[in-house]
Design a protein around this ligand. Structure first.
Ligand SMILES: [Zn+2]
Length: 136
């Protein structure tokens, strides 16, 4: 089957599918689990509902889609060619909201780490990333 979707369109569709239990997130969970880390998912009582929290380390992790959350310098974070100002406004709101959540969590004593979708592609890199976050 020919894939006719542009990367922008695909990312947009992915974001509409719902941000919970997306496959990059599942890859992070799998790696964390393999390292024997204990975590909780989607704590709604915390700012921004972090994707994973590690209570023992007081670390909150967000697994961010590169397109939607604007991963700087990432090829997946390209700007759509049409409705540029509409997209720009959406992106700005997302980035602002992310920053707000990070500062609120930090004030509550959490260390916040962002894992980008593109960083989850390799299981080995994923593992190294988690090991460095948790100094394992
Ligand atoms: Zn990326």
């Amino acid at each position: 089957m020919v894939d006719r979707l542009t990367p922008e369109r695909r990312s947009w569709l992915m974001s509409r599918v719902g941000s919970k239990n997306t496959s990059p997130e599942i890859r992070v969970r799998r790696s964390a689990h393999a390292l024997g880390l204990r975590f909780r998912l989607h704590r709604k009582d915390l700012p921004g509902t972090p994707d994973l929290i590690f209570p023992k380390y007081r670390v909150a992790i967000f697994v961010h889609g590169c397109f939607w959350h604007r991963h700087q310098g990432c090829s997946k974070a390209s700007m759509p060619k049409t409705d540029v100002s509409m997209w720009q406004a959406k992106f700005e709101r997302n980035v602002e909201r992310d920053e707000e959540n990070i500062s609120k969590l930090t004030m509550l004593g959490w260390r916040v780490e962002i894992i980008w979708e593109c960083e989850t592609k390799s299981a080995e890199l994923m593992k190294q990333r988690l090991m460095s976050i948790f100094s394992l």
